[in-house]
Structure formats: structure tokens, C-alpha cells
Write a protein that binds this ligand. Structure first.
Ligand code: HEC
Ligand code: HEC
Ligand code: HEC
Ligand code: HEC
Length: 442
């Protein structure tokens, strides 16, 4: 193979990128290594082949797939369009969105100046290195015959195959993060609301990788349920970290509004929508708890005995944040501890068919308890139910796929317009789903 002619340069590198305070690799934009630029990945013998290579353990047409089909390759171009011009003007970004850190952080790979190689080009958008990490220390070694994935990761390749790290990476742009904040000011200037469900979103991006025997041998078998679960868990971690971070917490007199349920404020006053839920009384704003609802369903299965304690802790936090009793920061810290330890458990667990059934049942039952009174929760529930049903179907654990698909399509319709969302219709349709499908009513 041609690539084998490259000299085996295993870098005896001790200056590895520091890990985060809790031992996970730094996000690609935070790593202390040079990003060499997409051009270095694009030759036809590397990742720029037009068709997949036979006999190679990766497809080698990754660049072609990305540049032609992947929305990430267009992410920078978005900053030049009319909508972005309007947003930039409203925010007073004098040099335009395409030159503003506030926008480039997510619409491109935007490492610090000193970490940009000669061929680095910001206009490439969300590049290979935005997801796989700066290549300075692994570009040579990753093509050496016999090198293991773990060795590449040691050299700074971001472990995008690890569901928890993948979630941290994707969510850092699709939700925002400490180094790439999404703010209510940006939203208010006309940015679309962003939301993500990791497993669903993974399925939307055109895959430039193939899960085959060789992949499984090198990296293990990806489990879409684990990806979904950690997508939820990491989102809750991020929300709580944000809440607890004094540097990120405020916008003038107010806490950062992106942490809250958008539709708690943005709905017509004529819409009489109050429903008692999660410890928050009428007329108070609620944290966006859509991901917490998903975690509740997960915890009810993986740790049934402590499920009530977990749910109570969420309610305590909501109550404290919305001005009821308790110290919001202390409650957030307690919840964060629980969430991290559940994420550790999700990482280790092999989810069984029984687990999936249980989670699905719990998700549907949350609706009967009035938990999806707001759009964001319903949206996450829909994506979760779809992911789990798909996962079950792939495992042959779903008898009634075509009927379930019909019901899912009906649910999806009810979510088409966030401003017209009605919780009661959603709830009714979920009951149909439950009856159509596979779980017994509680
Ligand atoms: C925290 C990350 C983040 C930041 C910061 C951010 N964006 Fe975005 N933006 C996204 C994501 C993610 C999407 C895609 C949302 C989706 O489709 O789910 C998006 C979508 C958009 C869209 C709609 C794109 C389309 O294809 O219709 C525009 C326009 C846009 N962003 C402009 C901007 C501008 C201008 C700024 C700076 C003021 C900015 N963004 C800052 C993450 C971000
Ligand atoms: C939006 C994030 C993202 C971008 C951008 C991206 N990738 Fe990936 N890539 C992934 C994910 C997720 C996987 C699957 C998990 C894994 O194996 O790491 C993956 C897998 C791969 C694999 C592994 C295949 C295997 O069999 O082990 C290669 C090679 C790869 N990408 C190359 C590229 C190249 C080259 C580019 C740029 C042209 C690129 N990627 C851009 C997210 C991305
Ligand atoms: C560096 C920031 C960044 C990272 C990392 C990132 N994305 Fe994105 N993603 C974006 C932006 C910005 C857009 C919008 C691009 C556009 O509108 O053309 C986008 C668009 C998407 C879309 C299309 C959304 C739609 O409404 O059609 C999907 C799906 C997606 N990303 C999934 C992922 C997944 C999965 C990962 C992790 C494997 C990931 N992204 C990592 C910034 C990022
Ligand atoms: C605590 C209440 C509150 C929450 C929560 C909130 N907003 Fe707002 N939002 C406001 C206020 C107040 C304005 C300014 C309205 C005005 O200028 O008339 C505003 C303005 C906006 C605007 C500009 C359009 C307009 O009506 O002026 C958008 C878009 C927006 N918000 C989106 C969001 C999104 C998306 C979320 C959730 C991530 C969110 N908001 C959460 C109170 C809120």
C-alpha cells in the first residue's frame, strides 16, 4: 500500500496535549497542538479518493464525502449569507460575521492563531481537525502500519469514536460550551434555535466511515443507545457546568437566558399553558430540562432504586433556580455529581433489549405525567423514541415496525411548528404509539 512507504515516524512525544481537569482529552479547539489544515488530508492516496478504496481499513474518500455532502463543509459559507449579515449588524460586529470569533468558533475550526499551520484555512469551515483534533502530532504516525487507535489518540487524535467524548465534541457547537458560548443575544439577533440529539444527528450527517469487521476490531461496536444516553448525559453536564460557572453565568442583571426553556417566555399570553411540573410554580421560568427528562427515563431503568432521588434532585434545582426554596448553586452541584456518576455507568453498560423497552416505556409514561408540556421536552422525547425504536428494530426486538413508523410520523407532524405545539395532542398521539407498539401500559 502506498501509505506504507511513509517513514514510520512514531513520535516519541512527551509533550502531549494536556487532558481536562477530569482526565478527558481536550476538545479539538482547546488542544495545544497545531492544526495543519484540510489540504493535508485531501490527496487521492489519503482521504481524497473519489471512490472508497478496496483493501484499506478506512474508506479514503472521506474528504470527497465531506466536501460535497456534509453540511459542516458549508458552515463557514453560512456566515456570508444575508441572515448572517443581519445577525452581525444587529450585534454590532463591525467586520462581519466571517471575522467574528463569536461566529467562527462554531462555524469553522477556530484554534488560537499560534496553533494554525501554514496551510490552515479558516474558510474551510468545520474541518476534519474540528472533529478529529489538531493533526500536528498524529498526521505522520497515523498512517504507520500496525499503529493502534489508542496510540493515535495518545498522539492527539480526538477519540470521536468514544460516545462520551463524541458527545462533548458535537455538543460543544450544537449546544455551546465554555470556549464556544451560545448566548441569548446571538439568538435574539436572529440565530435559529439550536438543538441536538446525538444519535439522530449522527444519522443525518453523511457517514464518511463504515462500521465493518475491521472497524469493530480497531474501535469496538458503536451502540446507538449508548450514544443517545451519553448525548443526553453530557448535555445535562454542560447545562449544569454553565449554570455553576460564575464567568459564564450572567447577562447584565439576568442569568444567561439560553439555559432556560425558550418557550417559557416566548409564547402568547393568551395561550393558557401552565401545568404543574418539576417543582416550578406558575409564572416562573424553568431551566430547559429537556435533556434531564431523558435522563430521568434512563435512570429509571439503570438505577430504579434511586430513581426517585434523582427526580427529586432535579425538582429541587428547578425550584431553587426559579426562586423557590434552596440554594440553586448547591443543588446544581449535587445534581452534577449524580449526572457524572450516571454517565460513568452509561459508558460501562451494555444496554440490553430489556433496557431499551424499559426506557421507551418510561419516556412514554413521562407524557402521561404531563412532563412534555413544553416543546423542547417533546422534541427530545420524539427523537429519543425514534432512536430507541430504530435501535430495537435493528436488533430484531420490535415486532411491529411499520405501525410504529406510522405513529412516529404522526408525532413528528405535531412538532413541525414549535409555536403551534400543543402538549395535549402530543400526549394523545403517544398513547396511540404505545398501543400500536410493544410496551404494555403501566
Ligand atoms: C455555539 C455554536 C454557534 C455559535 C456561537 C454560532 N452558531 Fe450559527 N449555527 C450553529 C449551529 C449548530 C447551526 C445549525 C443548527 C441546526 O441546523 O441544527 C447554526 C446555524 C446558523 C445559521 C443558519 C444556517 C442555515 O444553514 O440555515 C446561521 C445563518 C448562523 N448559524 C449564523 C451565525 C452567526 C452570524 C453567528 C455569530 C453571531 C453564529 N451563527 C454563531 C452554531 C453556532
Ligand atoms: C462533524 C465532525 C466530523 C468531521 C468534520 C469529520 N469527521 Fe471524520 N469522523 C467523525 C465521526 C463521528 C466518525 C466516526 C467515529 C470514529 O470512528 O471516530 C469519523 C470517522 C472518521 C474516520 C475513521 C474511519 C475508520 O474506519 O476508523 C476517518 C478516517 C475520518 N473520519 C476522516 C475524516 C476526514 C479526512 C475528514 C475531513 C475531510 C473528516 N473525517 C471530517 C466526525 C467527523
Ligand atoms: C466546530 C463546530 C461543530 C462541530 C464540532 C460539529 N458541528 Fe454539526 N454543525 C455545525 C454548524 C455550524 C452547522 C450548520 C452548518 C450549515 O448550516 O451549513 C452544523 C450542522 C450539522 C448538521 C445539519 C443540521 C441540519 O439541521 O440539517 C448535523 C446533523 C450535525 N451538524 C451533526 C453533528 C454531529 C453528529 C457532530 C459530532 C460528530 C457535529 N455536528 C459536530 C457545527 C459543528
Ligand atoms: C426569561 C425569558 C426568556 C427566555 C427564557 C428566552 N427569551 Fe428570548 N427574549 C426574551 C426577551 C425579553 C426578548 C426581547 C424581546 C423584545 O425585544 O421585544 C427576547 C428576544 C428573543 C428573540 C428576538 C425576537 C424578539 O421577539 O425580539 C429571539 C429570536 C429569542 N429571544 C429567542 C430565544 C430562544 C431561542 C430562547 C431559548 C434558548 C429564548 N429566547 C429564551 C426573553 C426570553
Amino acid at each position: 500500500m502506498i501509505r506504507a512507504s511513509l517513514k514510520p515516524v512514531i513520535l516519541a512525544c512527551t509533550l502531549l496535549a494536556a487532558t481536562t481537569s477530569w482526565g478527558r482529552p481536550p476538545l479539538p479547539n482547546e488542544a495545544h497542538a497545531v492544526s495543519v489544515g484540510t489540504l493535508n488530508c485531501t490527496t487521492s492516496t489519503c482521504h481524497g479518493s473519489v471512490v472508497p478504496w478496496e483493501g484499506s481499513n478506512v474508506l479514503q474518500n472521506e474528504y470527497t464525502t465531506w466536501s460535497r455532502l456534509d453540511p459542516h463543509a458549508k458552515a463557514y459559507q453560512v456566515l456570508l449569507n444575508e441572515q448572517s449579515k443581519k445577525i452581525a449588524q444587529r450585534l454590532g460586529l463591525k467586520n462581519g460575521a466571517q471575522n467574528a470569533k463569536e461566529c467562527l468558533d462554531c462555524h469553522a475550526h477556530n484554534p488560537a492563531q499560534k496553533f494554525r499551520g501554514e496551510r490552515f484555512d479558516i474558510t474551510d469551515g468545520v474541518t476534519c481537525e474540528a472533529c478529529h483534533g489538531p493533526a500536528e502530532k498524529w498526521i505522520k504516525s497515523h498512517t504507520v502500519e500496525g499503529i493502534t487507535h489508542a496510540e493515535n489518540v495518545k498522539n492527539g487524535l480526538f477519540p470521536s469514536d468514544n460516545p462520551r467524548d463524541q458527545a462533548r465534541m458535537c455538543l460543544s457547537c450544537h449546544m455551546g460550551s465554555e470556549s464556544k458560548p451560545m448566548t441569548h443575544r446571538i439568538m435574539g439577533a436572529g440565530h435559529p434555535r439550536i438543538s441536538i440529539e446525538l444519535d439522530t444527528f449522527n444519522g443525518i450527517v453523511p457517514a464518511h466511515w463504515k462500521i465493518d469487521d475491521d472497524y469493530r476490531k480497531r474501535k469496538g461496536t458503536p451502540d446507538s443507545i449508548k450514544i443517545w444516553a451519553l448525548g443526553q448525559g453530557v448535555a445535562v453536564e454542560e447545562l449544569l457546568n454553565h449554570l455553576l460557572d460564575p464567568k459564564r453565568g450572567r447577562d447584565g442583571l439576568f442569568p444567561e437566558l439560553v439555559l432556560f426553556d425558550c418557550h417559557a417566555c416566548h409564547h402568547p399570553m393568551s395561550k393558557d399553558q401552565y401545568s404543574a411540573r418539576s417543582g416550578v410554580g406558575p409564572g416562573r421560568i424553568r431551566l430547559n430540562d429537556s435533556n434531564m427528562l431523558m435522563m430521568r427515563a434512563l435512570v429509571s431503568v439503570v438505577d430504579a432504586g434511586n430513581s426517585k432521588g434523582f427526580n427529586d434532585q432535579i425538582s429541587k434545582l428547578q425550584a431553587a433556580v426559579s426562586g423557590g426554596q434552596g440554594d440553586a448553586m448547591a443543588e446544581a452541584k449535587t445534581l452534577l455529581g449524580m449526572v457524572r456518576s450516571y454517565n460513568d455507568q452509561f459508558e460501562k453498560r451494555s444496554f440490553s433489549n430489556g433496557d431499551l423497552q424499559g426506557v421507551l416505556k418510561a419516556l412514554i409514561n413521562e407524557a402521561s405525567d404531563g412532563m412534555y408540556s413544553d416543546y423542547a421536552g417533546a422534541e427530545q422525547a420524539y427523537m429519543a423514541i425514534t432512536s430507541i425504536a430504530t435501535g430495537m428494530s435493528k436488533r430484531g426486538a420490535l415486532n411491529n415496525s411499520s405501525e410504529v413508523n406510522k405513529r412516529l410520523a404522526a408525532l413528528r407532524k405535531l412538532l413541525a411548528n414549535d409555536e403551534k405545539y400543543r402538549a395535549s395532542d402530543f400526549q394523545k398521539e403517544l398513547v396511540n404509539l404505545r398501543n400500536a407498539a410493544f410496551v404494555q401500559a403501566k
